[in-house]
Design a protein around this ligand. Structure first.
Ligand code: ZN
Length: 1256
């Protein structure tokens, strides 16, 4: 035939042989039943063509061809078995090539449904054609995984039963069994099918297929295990298997395959068995069966044998996952999870965390018996519920940041437009706010009595400037606002002993454990302490009794102190070996307070026993002196004989704001709930930031697995476990437990310390338990403790076992900090990032639902790290981050005074007293006016205000280091600092939560509440610092002087870099799905300017991590309240990483105090740049007044980029939003997943209701 070929659109010849045959088949379709013989022949020919010529298949499957439709239509209409077989073979041939595309075409043309239809009709034949069933299932097995509706279609068509019956009838017929099992495997991935199949006995059926090790039929076994594994994801099926006694069978099979599969050819079968076990042990019954069948030992032993073979990692990881799940849950080794200390609140709110804590049975106000046995039943119940948190991965290499806080961000976005619009309003009557006028003396200052000339001529800072630390010349000094507390003293752990009256008003019994007499709170405005002895005497600090207090042994009977001092004497002998030749007969006071020191010398001499002993009760006898030596029972010569003078680095030369003696003075005025009398060496000596780099620690492969296996060994080899308590705060009289010298000694009874218990688990391994925040039963993250009695040359493992967050930067390169006293004495007084084999993982200690926000089945997490101590008999300190105590702050503030020049206006007020009786400092820093001319005074008073605060969260010590950088910069003598002071009035509350800091809390104040969730309606009694800080801002708003910038410094535990959270209506609206069109919203982009500037000048700062979304969960934070209620557009939270940076100059490095302080300084520089912008944009009315200053600034910043294209900062919304670090995001995720599953399969809920849920 010479006719030109007819071509389809796609160029396929329509007259090809196969297409002609298909055409014939198509014409027959209406009557295919009667033309059975022809249909058989035609389909046979097509099959032959496709089998022999590759192009025929291509033609049928080509785009534009209707071949597939014709084939499917024929399959649907024919009844002839041979024709069906031919067509199935054609389809098999066609779908075998072309990867997934051809299957996709098949599915899209409804092929799956037609196959099920054919299957159903064929199953009605008696007996069904085996060949046909084989072909159909082979095809279904091929198609199923590519068809999303396969499971539903199978169930609706009734195909499930056909397949199941075939399996039942063909258990001994591997040829047919294999494709049936393959199809069953696909059916089972649908959760509704899984339940239905389980009801039909398929779980039991599949166990009939499983067999011990054999080289035969391994693919059959593999498929059966896959199907079984899928079925066992359903809790109903899992219970069926557990009830049916299949757990021991699976374990036996696993052991058998593990033993015999020596060359690891059948890893998939072994993995399949483990997956079945993994899924069964998702339910409590399964875990019980697993443990009873000795599963821990079986998997532990097999895994240990697999460990050396890297390719077997999947087996080890899955085994490890199962073992962790089945590890019997333990309670924390504590009498109660409530804090070891109770603070008596002035009144207990009915609701809120503190209220709940109090009402949770013993330990609280109503029953102060902390160690009451009954409390175990009340507050810390091991809950064996299923933890559906899927956070556990089998993968040990979990270094991918699985930021759980990124999921479902929209849930938390504020969508109420009324709430999004700042509601600036008076709120409170002026009469109420008027009292705060006293904190703003500068706004009405007229400087009339002040001699500017003499001030200018004098460069000597020691000359008195018009303002002493707090006294303004014109007005009477502001007095702290005293919030009345119920009692003057802070109760120690227990207010009364068992059997004693419980009235908190009663003084504590005069027993050995009685706290000393209450101390009058130190008012910060009276602090004038300096190293100069004369000044010290002039100061208002009642030194005598404070000294007494320091030297008195507190709350400890002599016998105990003596036993402890014996240990310490040993330690201290070693510490002072180097300096034995310089014995000086100093008296006690001189030794620790008035050390004569040589200003040029880089070392200072201290009499070590007195330093070490005089500072604390525990150390009171360090040099061999009696614990009551301060009472004069021993002569000075005794002390001198025992004492040794130690040369220690004089950090004062390197740390201008540090002074050990002053620190001790400050400690005396710091009131802690446990009434700490000791001083930690690092806080005393100070921290000189190292000059070497501290890179993020690279994670070693398999470290988590290795640690978990060591944990599991506790169960496998219980006899190796010591379980020896070596430190226990719950024994208030004697937390340090005496021992034979075979254990480390722990201590954390000093400011910001918070170790509650240490248990020696193995010879060189310790479990450590952190104390809860006071008046709370959780919040464990911050730690600070002392270790001594170490041996050199061994590796110690420390496990902090009651961490709460689901992940930590400790998994991503962060190391803990260590401070060695030996190193300090030998010239390196510093905190260094330390520790190897660091990892953070979920452990087997159950978290009571009371402490887990009502969520059941939660566990704690372990932070583990290993240490090799360099020095024998060292005293080392470990901390979560660089400590920064309240006493340190007071010392720094006192030393800042010395930096004041006549040009600097610095005022230090006490804003209020905290619940614990400590002063909350408020600083005012600006420049003195040039003269008392009207113009200068006017300029002075009209400077915009910058309001800064920090450390509302005590565990975020990095915020204090940033604040230190800011303060030092502000008090500096640089031209930049000068301009800055001339531009703004700074109002700074450097520590919003002194009590939390002092008492070693992580998150809360003494009320047991997160103060950064109280800004909407702070309570005067319970949240005084927040109440008064907010009042200051309200006052400013009232007098139309709302700050230009508000910024609260924080630390972030889950992210790297430094970044800011701000508030933007527009960005919030865009981020959410509020229907309001964003074009309706007028919003200045000014809120982006400061972070943008910071990203340009501060290497640690990352714009990409910033977020300007208003979240509902944050509506009572400082940032949102100051923005919404005070109307400050530039209201921020500045978050500094606790870990390190992954961008900029510090990329790959852990963050140190140097970088943090630099950040604080750069924040100031950024404010100067902001000044330029706002001067042009928002503060036209101030331009005249400030033009000269702007001029001077232009010079200063001229080397930097001067144009800011703010429009380019249109929000990208690619940024991750961080949700409250304390939120239970992962739990929400699990909930959402479940909800989604139910939505998808409405029948699931019903079916599940008969499942395990109500019994678990
Ligand atoms: Zn914070």
């Amino acid at each position: 035939m010479n006719r030109p070929k007819m071509a389809t659109e796609k160029g396929v010849p329509s007259n090809s042989r196969v297409m002609m045959l298909l055409g014939q088949l198509e014409r027959m379709n209406g009557d295919i039943v009667r033309q059975a013989e022809t249909a058989r022949q035609v389909t046979a020919k097509i099959l032959h063509l496709i089998q022999t010529q590759e192009k025929s298949g291509k033609e049928v499957m080509s785009k534009g061809s209707s071949g597939m439709e014709v084939i499917l239509a024929s399959l649907e209409s024919t009844r002839d078995v041979q024709t069906i077989l031919n067509i199935l073979s054609i389809l098999t041939e066609l779908l075998t090539v072309g990867r997934g595309r051809r299957v996709g075409v098949f599915v899209s043309k409804g092929g799956t449904g037609i196959l099920f239809h054919t299957l159903l009709s064929a199953s009605k034949e008696m007996p069904p054609s085996e060949e046909l069933m084989l072909q159909l299932h082979s095809l279904l097995a091929k198609v199923g995984p590519k068809d999303r509706k396969f499971g539903v279609a199978a169930r609706l068509s009734g195909a499930l039963n056909v397949t199941v019956n075939l399996i039942k009838q063909n258990l001994q017929n591997p040829k047919l069994l294999l494709p049936c099992l393959q199809v069953l495997r696909v059916y089972s991935t649908n959760s509704v099918n899984a339940i239905s199949l389980g009801k039909n006995g398929v779980v039991e059926l599949l166990f009939k297929v499983l067999a011990p090790y054999s080289k035969k039929n391994t693919s059959l076994l593999k498929v059966a295990l896959d199907a079984l594994g899928a079925l066992l994801k359903s809790k109903t099926n899992a219970r069926r298997a557990a009830d049916g006694g299949y757990v021991p069978i699976l374990l036996a099979l696993y052991a058998d395959w593990h033993r015999n599969d020596a060359r690891h050819r059948h890893m998939l079968i072994r993995k399949g068995l483990l997956v079945c076990l993994r899924n069964i042990t998702n339910i409590k019954l399964g875990r019980k069966a697993f443990v009873e069948a000795d599963g821990m030992r079986v998997l532990y032993n097999s895994s240990t044998e697999c460990l050396p073979v890297r390719t077997l990692d999947p087996l080890v990881n899955t085994s490890s996952l199962i073992m962790r799940k089945c590890f019997p849950k333990n309670r924390l080794p504590l009498p109660t999870i409530k804090s070891a200390f109770v603070f008596q609140l002035p009144h207990v709110p009915g609701t809120g965390p503190a209220g709940r804590t109090y009402s949770q049975g013993p330990g609280g106000r109503t029953d102060p018996q902390r160690c009451s046995k009954t409390s175990q039943k009340v507050d810390d119940v091991v809950d064996e519920s299923d933890d559906n948190d899927e956070a556990d991965t089998e993968n040990d290499t979990e270094n991918e940041e699985d930021e759980k806080d990124q999921q479902s961000p929209n849930d938390d976005i504020e969508t109420d437009l009324n709430k999004l619009h700042p509601r600036k309003g008076p709120g409170r009557p002026y009469e109420e706010l008027r009292v705060y006028e006293r904190f703003f003396v500068e706004l009405s200052e007229d400087f009339q009595g002040f001699n500017f000339e003499s001030s200018k001529s004098s460069s000597n800072t020691s000359l008195s400037s018009p303002f002493s630390s707090s006294v303004a010349p014109v007005r009477s000094p502001p007095r702290p606002i005293i919030v009345p507390t119920a009692q003057a003293f802070s109760p120690k752990h227990t207010l009364s002993l068992p059997g004693l009256p419980k009235d908190p008003q009663l003084p504590p019994p005069a027993s050995a454990s009685s706290p000393p007499a209450p101390l009058t709170p130190l008012q910060l405005d009276n602090i004038h302490v300096s190293k100069d002895q004369e000044k010290t005497e002039d100061s208002h600090i009642p030194t005598t009794d404070r000294r007494d207090r320091t030297l008195s042994p507190l709350g400890r009977p002599p016998t105990e102190a003596q036993t402890i001092e014996k240990d310490l004497a040993h330690v201290l002998e070693r510490v002072s070996l180097d300096a034995l030749d310089g014995v000086l007969p100093l008296d006690a006071d001189e030794a620790h307070i008035g050390v004569k020191q040589d200003d040029v010398s880089v070392t200072r001499q201290i009499q070590s026993p007195l330093l070490l002993g005089g500072l604390s009760a525990r150390r009171s006898g360090g040099g061999g002196s009696n614990w009551s030596s301060d009472c004069g029972s021993e002569g000075p010569e005794d002390e001198a004989a025992e004492g040794a003078v130690l040369e220690v680095p004089d950090t004062a030369l390197l740390l201008p704001l540090h002074d050990p003696d002053l620190y001790v003075e400050m400690v005396k005025g710091t009131l802690s709930v446990p009434q700490y009398a000791e001083v930690a060496y690092p806080d005393y000596f100070g921290h000189v930031a190292p000059t070497f780099r501290e890179p993020l620690l690279e994670r070693v492969y398999g470290v988590q697995r290795a640690k978990i296996f060591q944990d599991i060994e506790r169960l496998i080899h219980p006899n190796d476990i010591l379980d020896k308590v070596v430190y226990d705060l719950d024994i208030p009289s004697c937390p340090v437990i005496e021992d034979d010298g075979e254990s480390l000694k722990f201590n954390s009874q000093f400011e910001s310390g918070n170790l509650r218990k240490a248990v020696q688990v193995r010879k060189f391994e310790y479990d450590l338990v952190l104390n809860s925040d006071i008046n709370s039963n959780h919040y464990h993250q911050w730690f600070y403790f002392e270790v001594s009695g170490m041996k050199v040359g061994t590796t110690y493992r420390f496990n902090i076992i009651n961490c709460e967050k689901s992940n930590s930067q400790f998994n991503y390169g962060m190391q803990a900090l260590m401070y060695s006293v030996q190193e300090a004495i030998s010239g390196s007084p510093r905190w260094v990032r330390t520790g190897t084999d660091i990892c953070y993982y979920k452990n087997h200690f159950a978290r009571s639902s009371i402490a887990a926000g009502g969520l059941k089945g939660k566990s704690y997490y372990t932070l583990t790290f290993s240490i090799n101590f360099k020095h024998k008999d060292d005293v080392c300190y470990f901390a979560y981050h660089y400590p920064y105590t309240y006493s340190t702050l007071k010392m720094h503030l006192s030393k800042l005074e010395a930096l004041r020049t006549p040009q600097i206006y610095l005022r230090q007020d006490v804003l209020c007293e905290t619940l614990g009786g400590n002063g909350c400092p408020l600083l005012t820093i600006t420049a003195m006016p040039e003269s008392n001319s009207n113009d200068h005074i006017c300029q002075f008073r009209n400077r915009p205000l910058i309001f800064l605060s920090a450390r509302v969260h005590p565990g975020e010590t990095n915020a204090s280091w940033v604040m230190k950088g800011t303060l030092e910069f502000l008090m500096g003598s640089s031209p930049l600092a000068n301009s800055l002071r001339e531009s703004y009035i700074f109002k700074i509350v450097p520590m919003l939560n002194p009590d939390g800091v002092i008492n070693g809390n992580h998150r809360c104040s003494l009320s047991g509440e997160d103060l950064n969730r109280q800004w909407q309606s702070p309570n005067l009694e319970l949240h005084p610092t927040i109440y008064h800080t907010k009042s200051l801002l309200q006052y400013l708003a009232h007098i139309q002087r709302a700050p230009l910038v508000f910024c609260d410094y924080h630390g972030h535990s889950r992210k790297k870099n430094v970044f800011m959270y701000g508030c933007s209506v527009k960005e919030t609206v865009w981020q959410s799905n509020i229907s309001a069109t964003s074009s309706d919203l007028q919003e200045d982009l000014a809120y982006r300017a400061l972070p943008k500037i910071l990203s340009q000048i501060a290497p640690a700062f990352s714009m990409a991590s910033c977020s300007f979304v208003v979240e509902r969960s944050k509506e009572s934070t400082a940032r949102v309240v100051v923005w919404r209620e005070i109307g400050v557009q530039r209201s921020y939270t500045m978050e500094s990483t606790l870990c390190g940076c992954d961008q900029g100059k510090y990329k790959g490095l852990q963050i140190g105090t140097r970088e943090l302080e630099e950040m604080g300084a750069q924040f100031c520089v950024a404010l100067l740049r902001l000044k330029r912008l706002t001067g042009l944009r928002n503060h036209q009315h101030l331009l005249d007044l400030e033009s000269d200053i702007i001029g001077s600034q232009a010079k200063v910043v001229s080397s930097c980029p001067t144009t800011y294209v703010l429009d380019e900062d249109e929000p990208s919304f690619l940024e991750a939003i961080d949700y409250s670090a304390e939120s239970n995001d992962e739990d929400l995720e699990a909930e959402n997943e479940r909800a989604a599953e139910v939505r998808e399969h409405p029948d699931l809920l019903e079916q599940l209701s008969d499942s395990d849920n109500h019994r678990e």
